[in-house]
Ligand binder design. Structure first.
Ligand code: FES
Length: 123
């Protein structure tokens, strides 16, 4: 059974003593500092920490409920979206050419340590 942990909500007044893997901004604008474990996709990090993404297809790039926004420099680092990812994202109302990704298609790499991820609006 998977260990479900609630994401830590960051206190902007608290000293930042940790070394966050990533920061996630939820749909209420709250910031969550999350560890990104090896072998997890970005979607799994979000889902396993209780962030409100449905990921209803389980990560097969067929539902778009794991849509996130990343810094354009990060999306450039990730390279081209696959055809399925591109088509699904283009169907969403909040599609942003420079920033949209399906988090289930984003695998961990050292280039992504410390990134900020923003959850796309629910559709
Ligand atoms: S989880 Fe369904 S597209 Fe990512």
């Amino acid at each position: 059974m998977t260990d479900i942990r609630r994401a830590d909500v960051l206190d902007p007044e608290a000293p930042d003593t940790a070394d966050p893997r990533i920061v996630v901004i939820d749909r209420d604008g709250e910031h969550h500092r999350l560890d990104w474990e090896p072998d997890q996709s970005l979607m799994e990090v979000l889902r396993d920490n209780g962030l409100p993404i449905l990921a209803s297809c389980g990560g097969t790039a067929s539902c778009a409920t794991c849509h996130v926004f990343l810094d354009p420099r990060v999306t450039a680092e990730l390279g081209e979206r696959c055809e399925d990812e591109q088509e699904l994202l283009e169907e969403t109302e909040s599609f942003d050419t420079a920033r949209s990704r399906l988090s289930c298609q984003v695998e961990r790499s050292t280039a992504l340590d410390g990134i900020t991820v923003t959850l796309a609006p629910e559709e």
